[in-house]
Design a protein around this ligand. Structure first.
Ligand SMILES: NC(=O)C1=CN([C@@H]2O[C@H](COP(=O)(O)OP(=O)(O)OC[C@H]3O[C@@H](n4cnc5c(N)ncnc54)[C@H](OP(=O)(O)O)[C@@H]3O)[C@@H](O)[C@H]2O)C=CC1
Ligand SMILES: O=C1O[C@H](COP(=O)(O)O)[C@@H](O)[C@H](O)[C@H]1O
Length: 520
């Protein structure tokens, strides 16, 4: 494994949910995997009053909580070593004084811990804080050559990088604005727009599956694939995040980023090489090839819905419109489904169905590639129902793995056919739990590898697909549909696919398929 150079990670929003649940444990895990540089320091930055000691205690608590949930133990010696270079910096995100003081603190840390002026800034704060943080970073700590020895027209070979959390804008104009603001202070090579789905092991495996195996490429197109489905379902409602969520909705929160990344990795052409430029070029081309859904046609190609009152997965709700922070007349969708077409030579006429929602039956993220049925054969003619088409199911989570569903003969004297699985699961094949996405992504950012991060033009191309849908919904006379917690969404989302003679599938389905009896 490559070794990252000595560096300091600064987490803005260090008191927040993401930092505690994911980022701080990821740092410890990197230490455990021996992927943290020997000379490493961490500064948590937030508005809350906290001492260094209190923040270290939070770090420790976050690591111990993570270890309990993953049934592992904490190496206390390692943890103490990491904690000895952990600091807290209190300040408003837009405060010039606080940023100037941060710059001085970072220089002191360089002297004390040998971190050589290399800095990774992680914006783990709500989007409204991005602008003031970027401006101040530009001025005080990381912009082009603002201070002797800092980036830009480089006086030393130290690096400064910025990881920026989602949502990256709320539409195309705001994403463009955020990009230009970033580019006023940072080169694109310093900017790491994060999408944690790209850090998931199975998502990275998608490229291996497609491009390290020769059996898929010849059939990976409209001639053999009937359609592709992507489902990302969650069992919990919006809980305490109503204020944030209502400004976003399922489409901006999940489809524009995570699900579009999955779609792009399934649909893209083989890249010229595995470098960041080639891969991101290909993904961007996919978004540019998506046929825009005209606002007038939005109700034909999409379904949006909100959950009603109900109880599921240990959570109870009086309905989305009654959630804290949600206006009673909100039209924000907690569920969205859509049918998209990628108008290029490979995918012409092949629908990509996407659906996602909160408070659904199961928590799962998976891609189903459904192949076309074989041409007319004995089996079609002499069986009491058609034999099943083949499915390739890529399970992103849980139970990460890949299943190929093929038809097999049920043993015995009669010709009975049943779909059976050829499968590979990370847990049983490699006997390991895949690492957390944030671990991989923070490590890559330390190495300066942008392959698993979103490029500026890529994020804009993705918004260009979403904007007409949002416009259509704003103008539509149809109110959002409704669905009950614990269901698979509104009935209209079933109709979206069933009217095309297809149905939503997922990996649990196979067992339930009836046997096809044939008279041979
Ligand atoms: N939580 C998650 O699972 C995920 C989060 N994200 C993204 O990561 C980022 C951080 O998420 P998360 O940790 O959940 O966010 P939080 O709401 O927990 O906010 C993080 C910190 O930011 C500060 N903050 C909160 N609200 C405001 C505000 N209105 N103005 C200024 N500062 C504020 C608070 O710190 P203080 O008051 O101490 O300054 C808070 O602890 C967001 O951009 C989110 O979209 C992305 C994927 C998943
Ligand atoms: O980015 C987000 O992702 C989570 C779902 O992530 P997963 O890794 O658990 O699938 C989602 O709950 C959240 O609303 C969204 O902002």
């Amino acid at each position: 494994m490559a070794t990252a150079r000595p560096s300091t990670l600064v987490i803005f929003g260090a008191s927040g949910d993401l930092a505690k649940r994911k980022l701080l444990p990821a740092i410890y895990e990197l230490g455990r995997e021996k992927l943290l540089p020997e000379k490493f320091a961490l500064v948590g930055y937030a508005r809350s009053e906290m001492s260094d000691e209190a923040f270290r205690a939070e770090f420790k608590q976050a690591v111990e909580k993570f270890a309990r949930s993953s049934k592992s133990s904490v190496d206390q010696t390692l943890l103490q070593r990491i904690l000895s270079a952990v600091y807290y910096h209190q300040g408003d995100y837009g405060s010039a004084e606080a940023h100037a003081a941060l710059a001085t603190k970072l220089e002191d840390i360089d002297k004390k811990h040998g971190t050589e002026g290399n800095r990774l800034f992680y914006l783990s704060t709500p989007p409204e804080t991005f602008e003031p943080i970027i401006e101040n970073l530009g001025k005080y700590t990381a912009g082009f050559g603002r201070r002797a020895g800092d980036v830009g027209e480089v006086k030393t070979d130290s690096w400064k990088r910025i990881i920026i959390e989602k949502p990256f804008g709320i539409d195309l104009p705001s994403a463009k604005e955020l990009n230009s603001q970033l580019h006023r202070h940072f080169k694109e090579s310093q900017v790491f727009r994060i999408d944690h789905y790209l850090g998931k092991e199975t998502v990275q495996n998608l490229m291996v599956l497609r491009f390290a195996n020769s059996i898929f490429e010849p059939i990976w197109n409209y001639k053999y694939i009937d359609h592709v489905q992507i489902t990302v379902s969650e069992t919990l409602g919006v809980g305490s995040r109503g204020g944030y969520y209502d400004k976003s909705g399922a489409t901006r929160d999940m489809i524009q980023n995570h699900m579009f990344q999955l779609m792009a990795l399934v649909a893209m052409e083989p890249p010229a090489s595995l470098d960041a430029v080639s891969i991101r070029d290909e993904k961007t081309k996919v978004y540019k090839s998506v046929r825009p859904i005209r606002p007038e046609a939005v109700d034909q190609f999409t379904v949006r819905a909100q959950y009603t009152a109900g109880e599921h997965a240990g959570q109870k709700s009086d309905g989305y419109l009654k959630e804290k922070g949600v206006p009673a007349d909100s039209k924000t969708e907690t569920f969205a489904a859509m049918k998209l077409f990628i108008d290029n030579w490979r995918w012409s006429g092949t629908p990509f169905y996407l659906r996602t929602g909160k408070f659904l039956d199961e928590k799962l993220s998976e891609i189903v590639v459904r192949f076309r049925s074989p041409p007319l054969t004995l089996f079609q003619k002499q069986c009491d129902s058609p034999v099943y088409p083949n499915d390739l199911i890529i399970r992103v989570q849980p139970e990460e793995g890949i299943e190929w569903r093929i038809n097999g003969k049920v043993p015995g004297g009669t010709m009975n056919i049943k779909p059976v699985n050829l499968d590979f699961f990370y847990k049983t094949t490699f006997n390991v739990e895949p690492p957390e996405a944030y671990e991989r992504l923070i490590y890559d950012a330390m190495l300066g590898d942008q392959t698993l991060f979103i490029r500026g033009d890529e994020v804009e191309a993705a918004w260009a697909v979403i904007d007409p849908i949002q416009e259509g919904w704003r103008k539509s006379k149809l109110a959002p549909r409704t669905y009950t917690p614990g269901s698979w969404g509104p009935k209209e989302s079933m109709q979206l696919i069933e009217l095309d003679g297809r149905r939503w599938l997922h990996s649990g389905d196979g067992e339930a398929e009836p046997i096809v009896a044939c008279s041979l």
